[in-house]
Design a binder for this molecule. Sequence first.
Ligand code: ATP
Ligand code: MG
Length: 223
Amino acid sequence: MANRYANSYTLIVPMRVGLFGGTFDPPHLGHLVTAVNVRHVLKLDIVVLMVANDPWQKHGTREVASAVDRLAMVQAAIEGVDGLVAGDDEISRGGPSFTADTLEVMSRRYAGAELFTIVGDDAAAKFGSWQRASEIAKLSTLVVVDRPGSPLVPPSEFVWNRVEVPRLEVSSTDLRERFVDGRPLDYLVSNEVLKVIADRNLYGVGKRGNRKHRAEENGAGKS
Ligand code: ATP
Ligand code: MG
């Protein structure tokens, strides 16, 4: 017999939302594999890849592509991927990007949601230097994933949830070097992202000629 109470109330389950912030200069396979796997393991509804407007921790180290270009690359990277969202809150807010501010915005936007801050172990190791770190730990569950290489230890005064994801030795730093020295980018960066890079002449691609031109120079496509 049908349960006559079945539709008499709605069970509201709070959303589970991951925040995966970064410079994404450019976004790569390591970012995407991490985001989808953490989402799967922790049963998150969405993971927001939040593009830092001004990655203040990188000040003075190198030139960073513009925030709008990095957002366009992240949008292209996550297009059509279930549960991944490109976040532009830090860009709309302007100024240096502090995760504590972003979590405040997200806790209002996703009222009642459980928030998770996701970082690689290199970022986790520096967590003590983040602005209002203890506020971040109060507003969200801290999640760390290991990157290849010697394990980096996150500060022990915070509770960390380690999630195992495939460890991929891919970094934006290496990719930027590949654009300069011509080593292959295939599979490390998606074709959609490569298209944005070519269209916007990022990483010196415009100067060097796009990948199609390079292939033609090498004789490919000629019969
Ligand atoms: P860069 O070399 O310019 O620092 P990156 O590859 O480290 O770039 P970021 O945008 O700095 O990328 O990193 C954003 C977040 O993604 C950080 O928490 C970082 O630890 C994490 N991350 C980056 N690459 C990987 C990877 N291959 N596997 C797991 N996490 C990663
Ligand atoms: Mg980094």
